[in-house]
Design a protein around this ligand. Structure first.
Ligand code: SF4
Length: 210
């Protein structure tokens, strides 16, 4: 079974939402905000790959130049087995899949970065933790992985640094979360304030009773 951060975090938010999206594969519409985010990611990827500076991101031109100098890899796809060792994206033994917006596999400090359009959410800290923990497997010599979130609309950033000595407890915690999700065949609805933006809510014509 393959899992991503989005899937696990969706399960943590509401098991039924994860079931509708990933198990039953019910269709959803792409919001204009999500479409804009996808477009921005593509343009920022091009900029790191050497395309001419994009006026809209001129605020980040110098930073993007630094990333290029450091050999940053945009849209870096990672894949891990259940024992957190590296495998191929298409392999049968993939357990965790993910794509980092920017990955700088430095030593002793590696760096993963995520572009965000829109607001700051507390959940981004969990996402940074998940990505940093996963990417430690790609740099066995790194002592630390820094996770940075850049909010392009707000022109602000947040970052957290994870040390290798935290890795065992991080992996244990995320393994427990993922295995709980794997064991849960009912995936009951857990209503909360997030129902109002859930595409599966009854108010949006979805199958959920909430
Ligand atoms: S409407 Fe609420 S309870 Fe129902 S699936 Fe969505 S988030 Fe879960």
């Amino acid at each position: 079974m393959k899992h991503s951060y989005t899937k696990v975090s969706m399960y943590m938010e509401c098991p039924a939402k994860k079931r509708y999206r990933y198990d039953e594969r019910l269709p959803t519409t792409v919001s204009s905000a999500a479409a804009r985010g996808t477009e921005y990611h593509a343009r920022l990827e091009s900029a790191i790959n050497g395309s001419p500076p994009d006026d809209e991101f001129s605020f980040y031109n110098s930073y993007i130049g630094q990333l290029r100098t450091l050999g940053a890899k945009p849209e870096f796809a990672f894949a891990l087995r259940r024992d957190w060792t590296v495998t191929n994206w298409d392999a049968d033994d993939v357990w965790i899949l993910g794509k980092a917006d920017v990955w700088v596999p430095g030593q002793p400090l590696a760096h993963v970065q995520d572009w965000k359009t829109g607001k700051v959410y507390d959940s981004h800290e969990k996402q940074g933790e998940f990505y940093a923990m996963s990417l430690f497997s790609y740099v066995p010599e790194a002592r630390e992985v820094k996770a940075t979130f850049i909010y392009t609309d707000l022109k602000k950033s947040r970052e957290w640094t994870y040390h290798r000595d935290m890795l065992d407890s991080l992996r244990s915690r995320w393994t427990a979360r993922i295995e709980r999700m794997e064991r849960d065949t009912a995936c009951a609805p857990t209503p909360s304030y997030t129902c109002r933006r859930c595409p599966f809510s009854k108010f949006k014509g979805g199958p959920c009773i909430f």
